[in-house]
Each structure stands twice: as structure tokens, then as C-alpha cells.
Design a protein around this ligand. Structure first.
Ligand SMILES: Nc1nc2c(c(=O)[nH]1)N[C@H]1C(S)=C(S)[C@@H](COP(=O)(O)O)O[C@H]1N2
Ligand SMILES: [Mo]
Length: 322
């Protein structure tokens, strides 16, 4: 396996470019071995949800950042959206044809008021907010993005989740006519992600509909995507068509593909390296410098949102529940 070559290089010398090429290669290899995804699932026995909850006031105090913003052109041309290809510049070219209107979302599972609901109705009456968040990709690069959106919790409450709703599962559109990347059976499409219910209800968790005050471009997950700023970027699922409340931890796309590398929780954690590269630093793509010359900075626990969210994981071994 070619992966071995990379693992001999000291993690500190691997650039995130090499990492993402490697991650992409992994897709190709695993596609040929469908059973691999079933082995070694660390999430078989989820821990009980913790009792401590951060208050809304506490969380709101930590919103925003003074850091230099990533340029609009970089946010919209350097993307991960594998439904449109695995190169960073594929989505901005190939996603133009994604039809984002009309758009509806199926909400079901453990809730009193399931239904299929149009995007406008889903968001109606909930005030849109701007949130400037850091986005840290598991590959080792990061951006600072001014999103527009609504707190996910405000939306979820309307469906009246039952006491059995311990998790929330999300699904991306999977339409081969619109998404050329679906031809490659790399990820087991549709792309799926999930959160524990307390993570989903946390006031930092955003359902984004825009960035830089404009409607979300297709390549960034239009018309509706998740943004969970304290988790690796792959948790922030794009172009959502289904939301399900579940009692059991839902299966998620990257975890299924390689459970030893991509956990269900995937909280940003510089103390727990990816098995094939370090997570201690990141390449910050921000300001006017070209993304190729962006400098490396230390990665912060929970991507800098520890004051708001660390209590959600009180008593959990974050090495085990990576
Ligand atoms: N449906 C879907 N959602 C996705 C992905 C994807 O390939 N498909 N990539 C994820 C990854 S790895 C990252 S880093 C972010 C990137 O978001 P951005 O392109 O808006 O910066 O989207 C996440 N959401
Ligand atoms: Mo990512």
C-alpha cells in the first residue's frame, strides 16, 4: 500500500497537501474493500450523554473572533465537497449546476412532529445571525469564515424531539445527475453525518445559509449546511436533505470508511494525532496572503471553543472518543 511511504516521513514534515492527496487515495483503496469499513468500529458502545450543559449565556460570550478573515475567493475556491470531485478546485467548477431551489428537508425519527418541509418554512421566524467561526479541516488547514445562519437547536425544537432522541443524523443530497463525484464509489453515498443531541442543541452549532452576507455558494454546501466549529470540518455536512432524531449513534460516512482515523466525535484536538499525521498545527488560510504561502499556527483544543464546549465531554476519555 502506498500509504506506508507517507507514514515513514516524520509527521512534522508532511504538508497538508500531501495529507489530502493521501486521504483521497485512501478512498480509492477502500472502495475496493467494502468490508473494511465494518471492522474496528470504536463507537459500538457510546458513552452516556453527560449531565453538565453549558448555558446559552456562557456560550454566547464566546462567539466571534478578531482573527483575520479568510478571503471570499479562497473560501469559495478551496473546498472539500467530494460529491463534486476530490480536488480542492473541483467543487467551485462542478457545483455550479447544483439546483438549490426549490429545496426541502425530510425531518423524522424520534420526534412528535416529523415532516417534509420546504427550506423557507424550516427557517421561518428564526432570526438569521452572523457568526465568524474558525473552520479546521482534519487535513491540517484552517479558515476564518463569516457565516450567516440560524442556531440548529432553534430549528430542531420545532419538531419536538422525544426523550428517546439521543442523536441527530444528517444526510446530504445524492443525485448522480447533478453530482459527478457520485460516479466514484469512494464514500458510501449519500454523505452522512451526526451529532449527539446536546451537541446539536448547543448554541454554537449553526445551520448556515450564507457567508460574507451573501447566499451560500453551491460549493460551500448551498442551500443549507451544518457548521460545528469545534469539530473537524468533515462533521459540517453540506447540502442537507434529511435530518433524523435517533436513539442510537448514527452511522457516518467518514467513520464507516475508516473508523480508526475518523471518529464519531472528531472534536479538534491537538493532543490526539491522526494515525498518519500530526494535528498539533494547522496552515491558516487568511488575509491577503496566497493560500499557498499561509503560515502554520498551533491548533487549539476544541478549535479554540473549549470554554464553550469542553463541559459537554466531562468525564470522557478524548483519546478513546476521538
Ligand atoms: N456533503 C459533504 N459535506 C462535506 C464534505 C463533503 O465532501 N461532502 N466535506 C467536508 C469537509 S472534509 C470539510 S473540511 C468541509 C469544507 O467546507 P468548505 O468547503 O465550505 O470550506 O465540508 C465538509 N462537508
Ligand atoms: Mo475536512
Amino acid at each position: 500500500m502506498r500509504l506506508r511511504n507517507l507514514s515513514r516521513i516524520p509527521a512534522s514534515e508532511i504538508t497538508d497537501e500531501a495529507v489530502y492527496r493521501d486521504r483521497r487515495r485512501l478512498l480509492g483503496m477502500l472502495a475496493a474493500t467494502p468490508l473494511l469499513g465494518l471492522s474496528g468500529c470504536a463507537e459500538a458502545e457510546p458513552p452516556p450523554p453527560p449531565k453538565t450543559r453549558v448555558s446559552v449565556a456562557q456560550a454566547r460570550a464566546g462567539f466571534g473572533t478578531d482573527e483575520e478573515l479568510t478571503r471570499y475567493e479562497d473560501i469559495t475556491s478551496y473546498n472539500n465537497f467530494y460529491e463534486f470531485g476530490t480536488n480542492k478546485d473541483d467543487p467551485s467548477r462542478a457545483a455550479k449546476t447544483l439546483r438549490t431551489s426549490p429545496w426541502s428537508v425530510v425531518v423524522d425519527g424520534e420526534c412528535a412532529k416529523p415532516g417534509t418541509i420546504g427550506l423557507e418554512d424550516l427557517l421561518r421566524g428564526i432570526a438569521a445571525e452572523e457568526r465568524v467561526y474558525r473552520l479546521r479541516c482534519v487535513e491540517g488547514w484552517s479558515m476564518v469564515i463569516p457565516w450567516t445562519g440560524v442556531p440548529l437547536g432553534e430549528v430542531l425544537k420545532r419538531f419536538e424531539p422525544t426523550s428517546k432522541a439521543k442523536y441527530v443524523a444528517f444526510t446530504t443530497l445524492a443525485d448522480p445527475k447533478q453530482m459527478p463525484g457520485l460516479r466514484y464509489r469512494s464514500i458510501d453515498w449519500p454523505y452522512r453525518e451526526g451529532l449527539r443531541i446536546d451537541e446539536a442543541m448547543h448554541p454554537l452549532t449553526l445551520l448556515a445559509t450564507g457567508l460574507y452576507g451573501k447566499a451560500l455558494p453551491q460549493q460551500n454546501g448551498a442551500p443549507l449546511r451544518l457548521v460545528v466549529p469545534w469539530k473537524y470540518g468533515f462533521k459540517s455536512i453540506k447540502s442537507i436533505v434529511a435530518i433524523r432524531f435517533t436513539e442510537r449513534m448514527p452511522k457516518t460516512a467518514w467513520n464507516e470508511l475508516q473508523p480508526s482515523e475518523y471518529g464519531f466525535f472528531s472534536n479538534v484536538n491537538p493532543a490526539v494525532d491522526h494515525p498518519r499525521w500530526s494535528q498539533k498545527t494547522e496552515r491558516r488560510i487568511a488575509g491577503t496572503k496566497s493560500k499557498l504561502f499561509a503560515g502554520r499556527i498551533p491548533t487549539l483544543p476544541f478549535n479554540g471553543y473549549a470554554d464553550q464546549v469542553a463541559s459537554l465531554y466531562a468525564g470522557m476519555d478524548l483519546r478513546k472518543w476521538y
